[in-house]
Ligand binder design. Structure first.
Ligand SMILES: C[S@@+](CC[C@H](N)C(=O)[O-])C[C@H]1O[C@@H](n2cnc3c(N)ncnc32)[C@H](O)[C@@H]1O
Length: 265
C-alpha cells in the first residue's frame, strides 16, 4: 500500500470534517455504537483506574467509561466534538483537545486506553502507537477497534470503474496491524476481525452516512470538491452489481478489534 504522511494541515481538515458532523454524528453512528459495545468484554473489572478515551468524538463511550472508572480523560482533535461532549456528558470527565500523535500526558500515567474507530485516521500510525505506549503504565492495556482493508470494497470497486481518483481512504491490512502493534514495547494479545454489512436504501444514503460520520476527508484525493454528476451516476450504476434481491444496497465494514498490552521493559 502506498503510504503518504499526513501533514498538520491534513489533520486540521480531519478535525474540521468531524467537527461539522458533531451534531448529526450520534444519529448516524450505527457502526460506532456496535463496535464500541463490542469492546466491553475486554474492559478491566477494577474500578480505581485512570482511563484515556482516545478520539472520544461526541463522548458517548467516554460517558459510559465515566460510570465505571475513577478518572476518565476524553481526548479529541476536533474542538466542535469536544464542545458537544463537554455540554452533554458526565461533568467529572477531563477533556483534552490534542492530536493522538502528540498526547499531552505524562509517561506511564494511564491504566488503559479505549479507542473506538479512530486509529484508521492516524498517519503515520507507528508514531501514534509510540505515543499510546508511552503514556500507558507498564502492563497497561490498549483496547481498540479500527477498520481494515476490505472496508467499503463495494464503493471502492464502483468508483474504480469510473476514474482513478481516490474516493475512499486506504485502510491497513490485518498483517500490517500485527507488524505495527507487536514491537519492543507492546504485544497484540487478542484480536478479532469480522465483516459488518450495513444496508442502505441507495448510494446517496450511504454517502450521507459517511458524511454524517465526518469521514469524508481524503488527504490523497486528487480531484477535490464534488465529483461530476455524470461520474456519480456511473458509479451508482456500477454499485447496482452489489444490490441484494430485496433492492437494498450493502456496504461492508471490516472491523478489527485488538487488545494490546504494554510490556514491562
Ligand atoms: C469515527 S469518530 C469516533 C468517535 C468515538 N470514539 C465514538 O466511538 O463515538 C473518530 C474521532 O476521532 C477523532 N480524531 C481523528 N484523528 C484524530 C487525531 N489525530 N487525534 C485525536 N483525535 C482524532 C475525530 O475528531 C473524531 O471525533
Amino acid at each position: 500500500m502506498v503510504q503518504t504522511e499526513q501533514t498538520n494541515a491534513d489533520r486540521v481538515k480531519i478535525a474540521k470534517s468531524f467537527g461539522s458532523a458533531s451534531k448529526s454524528y450520534d444519529v448516524s453512528a450505527r457502526l460506532q455504537r456496535f463496535s464500541g459495545k463490542h469492546l466491553m468484554p475486554w474492559l478491566p473489572n477494577r474500578h480505581d483506574l485512570t482511563v484515556l478515551d482516545l478520539g472520544s468524538g461526541t463522548g458517548f463511550f467516554t460517558d459510559l467509561l465515566a460510570g465505571s472508572y475513577e478518572q476518565v480523560i476524553g481526548l479529541d482533535i476536533s474542538t466542535k466534538m469536544l464542545n458537544f461532549a463537554k455540554e452533554h456528558r458526565n461533568k467529572k470527565i477531563i477533556w483534552l483537545e490534542a492530536d493522538a500523535h502528540d498526547i499531552p500526558l505524562k509517561d506511564n500515567s494511564i491504566d488503559f486506553i479505549y479507542s473506538n474507530l479512530v486509529i484508521q485516521w492516524f498517519e503515520p500510525l507507528d508514531e501514534a502507537i509510540t505515543e499510546m505506549l508511552r503514556v500507558l503504565k507498564p502492563g497497561g492495556l490498549l483496547i481498540f477497534t479500527t477498520l481494515v482493508d476490505g472496508t467499503l470494497h463495494e464503493l471502492k470497486s464502483s468508483w474504480r470503474q469510473v476514474d482513478d481518483d481516490q474516493h475512499v481512504i486506504d485502510f491497513k491490512t490485518v498483517t500490517e496491524l500485527n507488524t505495527l502493534f507487536n514491537n519492543d514495547n507492546g504485544k497484540l494479545v487478542e484480536q478479532k476481525c469480522q465483516d459488518i454489512i450495513l444496508e442502505y436504501q441507495n448510494v446517496i444514503h450511504l454517502a450521507r452516512e459517511l458524511k454524517g460520520l465526518g469521514a469524508n476527508h481524503l488527504a490523497q484525493k486528487k480531484n477535490r470538491g464534488l465529483s461530476g454528476k455524470d461520474k456519480w451516476f456511473k458509479m451508482t450504476e456500477h454499485y447496482k452489481d452489489f444490490l441484494e434481491p430485496s433492492g437494498i444496497y450493502p456496504a461492508t465494514y471490516r472491523l478489527f478489534s485488538g487488545l494490546v498490552v504494554k510490556l514491562n521493559n
